[in-house]
Design a protein around this ligand. Structure first.
Ligand code: ZN
Length: 373
């Protein structure tokens, strides 16, 4: 009898291949993430109550954050330490801001770091969004005794510029245009029925505006309500359209997940760990106001819309992870006012009467919320 050797040398039996992910960290050619933009939003006015800094990446770096107290001549800082990352040539090394609690944003070494120098008393909160990967830092200026003046509403017409949103080609309807028209009609109506209120639009023309910038404006202006206005669409034929008002939260509902992915510009409708945390934070701070605002907008929009389209469906108040609502420091909702892909509603939207009815409803809902606070 010859030696049989160990079992692994038997023909037909091979050691399993190593799992590819175990090799990952040591792979020398692993592409580095690249910081391609540092955008500062919300600091258009001298008395901005906050600022939002958005770091935009190609690839997804690991990062950790440090909140450092003032020390000698150095102000309090938030440092974001990036791992396996580099910065692009076009990213400014230092941007002076001096508004909204933020003195300056600068790049630093060793290792790529982004440092936010804060004004005295300011605080910051960090989260990230995906597709493309961005790290968002919301800075709040030191709390001031807030003058209880006229309530401010920020209306956000969805999409715009290179992002037209949904469309109905047959009837020539584009979501970004219809949403802007609805927002303008709503603003006029709200000013008429509630002359004490102030109304701002996040955009007034067909311009590009990031999702982060929209909410940053509302935060910086210390708005009392933020309403993002959209039109729904479905790739499948819909038997009924309808009105839905969303608040920020996680959801397992497939339709809501698909809709949120489309509105967020992301490929997948997954709910990640960070999204759960963001939703939890929002539930803790803004949920009650957002739900009340949503219920009133939903009810009034339906009521007015039904004057023109009696069968307009009530899809209810729902929740989903809409990026545009993340970080809002006031009650914030996203309205899907009708379906561009449901024939009766799309036809009605070509008509001024229906748009005006919806806008009157949105304005009544907001006014009713503001008056009941
Ligand atoms: Zn939309």
């Amino acid at each position: 009898m010859g030696c049989q050797g160990d079992s692994s040398s038997k023909p037909g039996r091979r050691l399993p291949e190593p799992l590819p992910e175990l090799l990952e960290p040591a792979r020398p050619d692993r592409p580095k993430a690249r910081l391609v933009g540092v955008d500062v939003y919300g600091v258009g006015t001298e008395d901005a109550a906050g600022a939002r800094v958005v770091l935009v990446f190609e690839g997804a770096p690991l990062f950790h954050q440090e909140h450092l107290p003032a020390q000698g001549i150095l102000p309090a800082r938030i440092a974001i330490q990036l791992e396996d990352a580099e910065w692009g040539e076009l990213v400014p090394v230092s941007q002076s801001v001096e508004r909204g609690g933020l003195k300056r944003v600068r790049l630093a070494t060793p290792n790529p770091r982004v440092v936010l120098d804060l004004q005295p008393g300011a605080t910051g909160r960090i989260f990230y969004l995906t597709d493309p990967y961005r790290i968002v830092v919301d800075v709040s200026a030191a709390s001031r005794s807030r003058k209880k003046g006229r309530p401010l509403v920020v209306l956000d017409p969805g999409h715009g510029g290179g992002e037209p949103g949904a469309a109905n080609d047959e009837l020539g309807l584009v979501e970004s245009q219809v949403a802007l028209d609805l927002a303008e009609l709503t603003a006029n109506r709200l000013r008429a029925i509630m002359p004490r209120s102030r109304v701002m639009l996040t955009r007034s023309g067909d311009v590009d505006l990031s999702l982060e910038e929209r909410c940053a404006l509302a935060n910086a202006m210390e708005a009392d309500a933020f309403v993002s206005i959209h039109l729904n669409a479905s790739s499948e034929p819909v038997r009924k359209g309808g009105v839905t008002t969303f608040v920020l939260d996680t959801t397992n509902d497939r339709q809501a997940l698909r809709l949120a992915a489309r509105e967020n510009g992301t490929r997948v409708a997954e709910v990640t760990g960070i999204q759960g945390l963001l939703a939890k934070h929002h539930r803790r701070t803004q949920a009650k106001g957002s739900l009340t605002l949503a219920a009133k907008i939903q009810r009034h929009t339906l009521k007015r819309g039904r004057l023109v389209l009696p069968k307009l469906s009530d899809r209810g108040v729902r929740s989903a992870m809409f990026y545009v609502l993340v970080g809002a420091r006031m009650p914030a909702v996203l309205l899907e006012a009708s379906f561009l892909t449901y024939e009766p509603e799309a036809r009605a939207l070509t008509n001024r009467n229906y748009r005006r009815a919806l806008a009157n409803g949105i304005a009544s809902g907001i006014a009713s919320y503001l008056l009941a606070r």
